[in-house]
Design a protein. Structure first.
Lengths: 172, 610
């Protein structure tokens, strides 16, 4: 277990040497797609590549996916209704669905599933609000909470322990 | 300004590639299991009972899928498999897979067996929504075909004429209603006729016609001539108005009379129904052979036919005609499954298509079914409108192990356009036939081996089917205790009825049962003809024919007595009204038309009309 933690930690250290609030917020916003939409989907594989290749915070993406996973579960009925509406009730979109249904590879994304389509559309609508809110939150965290935590005895104690290494994984 | 170095994480390319490779390897390793679970899951949804697969072997490069150990549970018998196949080899087209469509060019089944026992129950708990819905529909259909049991209790007691209440006789109510309506129409028409009385207009017109015929301008003078012509024109206009009103009334009264005559026809029909209803109240058994056959075999036959109905509905539900978007339950996952919507018109490939399938079945042993069979399936698909041709299934027996036997079966499922239609035909000799539990005769009919035939044609929501069984060495078994000699065996008692029916049928060694279903799910009809019904009818006629005839005659007399007076009144009221209407509307109308024509003619002679 510890080896796995260290492996992940070293991977993050190597990949995330710098972490501005914007990068962390971008990581959270992009990572939220893993929580909001059904995880085992082709679009999430694509998003994984984007997160890896672009210099956004990977710990941020993990936080985003963890925070938004329960939100995704809770909003599934809304996604279901939204996807159903888009797929069946919006006649303007009907030719689009018919065309891409017969286009190679695209049907493998399961775009024609009501929950998946609804959640992806919702994520597109939410990605910028999530980004700005996260950027504001990270800034406030670093200016206030993180400064105060650094001055506590518990912080110094934890910092000296291995647990701090784990914590650093999630620090920007 | 952000540079490319800052924007991209070049160091991640290698780990990312490795991760993608890892995912690819895991996917390939799990592909077999994925296919296996997909088939099990979708199959279970369609069948309504468990579909198990031992293993799936997907050879992507060869485009071949090998399925082993397929077991499809019979939804009506969860401990029995509908079909079991040792190995299925499918030659899959690769291009459609990129569109998530499964097009199988050829498929071969090996080691196919039917009706094999299962080690564990294949029931699905809870059953899928579709399965529940379809079963509820079929149960409702079966409920509509429930047959009244044969009634003998009425024979035990004297015919109770008082049981026939006049209020429950529909013909009586109809007759009363018809009389009342005739009276009401008469009153309304009389009021209209009184207001419209044309006699004065006719007399005035006749007088003017006479004056015009004897017209002498010298004697009348210029003023008299002008007055005569003016009066004639004014009367002509008045006659036109009266004629229009009479003609309108004539049309109304004719329509009213047509309705009343229709009511008389309804009364005649209702009288027959009333007699049948009254007969039912007295609980007398019918002596009609088809009715007896339906009473004896109805429930058992409906139970036997339920799976056929279930499968026709499954086909209709999962293979709808047309190109409209379709909804299917999404794949099972931790999150909500949602609904998968398919758009058949958007792709040249159906979601699933089996172009050509061959099944070779060899049933060993010396039994009736032993032999080699070959089945051919063509164009089995979920989207017939995309494939553009019906599904064809043919089954034949290639060689029999014992005796001259034959079997042929074919099905054509044409769901290309709405309304969809299915035809199914099956005939075989030397087959194991069903066993029927017949509580009415307190016995079990084991048909044993014989000839079976099934023909079914469904178009839209209408269905017609015929089923026939012929067996020449049947066995009868008691299913309850035989009536004791000490039991009450008076006419109409249960023991008497059971003994009578058992004696009538248990000696039969050859049995023929012909069943016909028709109608819709919500309005089904079933007719059964059988020599068993004939035998029971014969026995009943011999034993109680005279009692039944006497009881029926008394009943008919009573119903006629209750109804006839009112029916005669209704018929008289309608006939009198008809005659009255002809006299009071038809004749005046004729007179008005005649005098109007005469007046017009005289005026024309004077040159005052074109």
């Amino acid at each position: 277990m510890l080896t796995l933690v260290k492996l992940i930690q070293s991977l993050f250290k190597a990949l995330n040497s710098e972490g501005t609030p914007g990068q962390v917020a971008a990581g959270i916003a992009l990572g939220s797609i893993f929580g909001l939409t059904p995880l085992l989907s082709l679009h999430n594989l694509l998003m994984l590549g984007v997160i890896f290749v672009f210099s956004v915070s990977i710990p941020g993406a993990i936080i985003g996916s963890l925070v938004f996973a329960p939100v995704g579960f809770a909003l599934d009925p809304v996604f279901d209704a939204l996807g159903g509406y888009l797929l069946l009730d919006v006649s303007v979109l009907s030719p689009v669905w018919h065309t891409i249904y017969g286009t190679p590879v695209i049907p493998l994304t399961s775009f024609n599933n009501t929950v998946l389509l609804g959640s992806v559309v919702a994520w597109f609508a939410l990605v910028w609000p999530i980004y700005f809110a996260a950027r504001y939150g990270v800034r406030r965290y670093r200016e206030t909470i993180y400064e105060r935590i650094q001055r506590t005895k518990a912080y110094h104690f934890v910092k000296a322990s291995k647990a701090y290494n784990v914590y650093r994984m999630f620090r920007p | 300004m952000i540079t490319a170095k800052q924007l991209f994480r070049w160091k991640a390319i290698v780990p990312l590639t490795m991760l993608l490779l890892l995912i690819g390897v895991v996917w390939v390793l799990l592909l077999d299991r994925l296919v296996e679970r997909s088939i099990e899951s979708y199959g279970t949804t369609v069948v309504g009972a468990r579909v198990d697969l031992e293993s799936a072997d997907v050879r992507v490069r060869e485009g071949v899928v090998v399925l082993r150990g397929l077991q499809v549970t019979n939804p009506d018998k969860p401990m029995t498999n509908l079909i079991q196949a040792d190995e299925i080899v499918a030659d899959v087209a690769m291009r459609p897979l990129l569109e998530k469509k499964l097009v199988v060019d050829t498929m071969a089944f090996r080691g196919v067996r039917f009706g094999t026992a299962r080690e564990t129950s294949g029931a699905v708990d809870p059953p899928s929504e579709t399965s529940r819905e379809l079963r509820a529909m079929i149960d409702q259909w079966a409920g509509l075909l429930q047959n009244p049991a044969l009634q003998f209790s009425g024979l035990a007691s004297a015919v109770d004429i008082d049981a026939v209440s006049p209020d429950s006789l529909r013909s009586l109510q109809l007759a009363r209603g018809t009389t009342a309506r005739a009276d009401s129409l008469r009153a309304a028409w009389e009021a209209q006729l009184a207001a419209l009385d044309p006699r004065d207009d006719i007399d005035t017109a006749r007088a003017l016609v006479s004056q015009l015929r004897n017209f002498n301008p010298l004697r009348l003078g210029p003023t008299g001539v002008a007055n005569l012509i003016s009066n004639s024109r004014s009367t002509l206009n008045g006659l036109g108005s009266v004629r229009s009103s009479l003609a309108a009334m004539d049309t109304t009264t004719r329509a009213g009379m047509t309705q009343l005559r229709g009511s008389l026809d309804q009364i005649a029909t209702a009288q027959g129904a009333d007699l049948a209803y009254a007969r039912g109240l007295l609980q007398l058994p019918t002596l009609d052979s088809p009715s007896l056959s339906t009473s004896v075999f109805g429930d058992a036959v409906v139970q036997w036919f339920k799976p056929v109905m279930y499968w026709t509905q499954v086909v209709e539900r999962f293979v709808p005609p047309g190109l409209n978007p379709r909804r299917h339950p999404g794949a099972k996952r931790a999150r909500r499954e949602g609904t998968d919507v398919s758009f058949p018109g958007g792709s040249p490939y159906p979601r699933f298509l089996l172009r050509h399938g061959e099944v070779d079945v060899v049933i060993g042993g010396e039994g009736a079914a032993a032999g080699a069979y070959a089945a051919l399936v063509q164009g089995l698909t979920t989207d017939p409108a995309v494939y553009g041709a019906p599904t064809v299934v043919r089954v034949g027996r290639e060689g029999a192990a014992t005796g001259p036997r034959s079997l042929r079966a074919s099905a054509i499922l044409d769901h290309v356009n709405a309304p969809s239609s299915d035809t199914l035909s099956f005939a075989g000799t030397g087959l194991g036939l069903p066993t029927f539990e017949l509580p009415m005769v307190n016995g079990r009919l084991i048909l044993g081996q014989g000839t079976a035939q099934l023909d079914l044609a469904r178009s839209g929501n209408r269905m017609a089917a015929s089923v026939g069984w012929t067996a020449n060495a049947v066995t009868w078994q008691r299913i309850g205790a035989e009536a004791q000699p000490t039991q009450d065996r008076t006419i109409g008692s249960r023991a008497w009825a059971e003994a009578l029916l058992w004696d009538a049928v248990s000696g039969l060694r050859s049995v023929q049962i012909d069943v016909a279903f028709e109608g819709t799910l919500s309005d089904p009809r079933m007719t059964i003809r059988s020599n068993v019904g004939d035998a029971i009818a014969g026995a009943l006629r011999a034993a109680i024919g005279q009692e039944i005839q006497r009881a029926e005659q008394r009943l008919q007399e009573e119903v006629t007595r209750l109804v006839s007076g009112e029916v005669v009144r209704a018929v008289s009221a309608v006939q009198a009204l008809g005659a009255d209407v002809a006299e009071r509307v038809g004749i005046p109308l004729e007179q008005v038309e005649r005098v109007e024509a005469e007046l017009r003619e005289e005026l024309r002679k004077l040159g005052r009309l074109p």
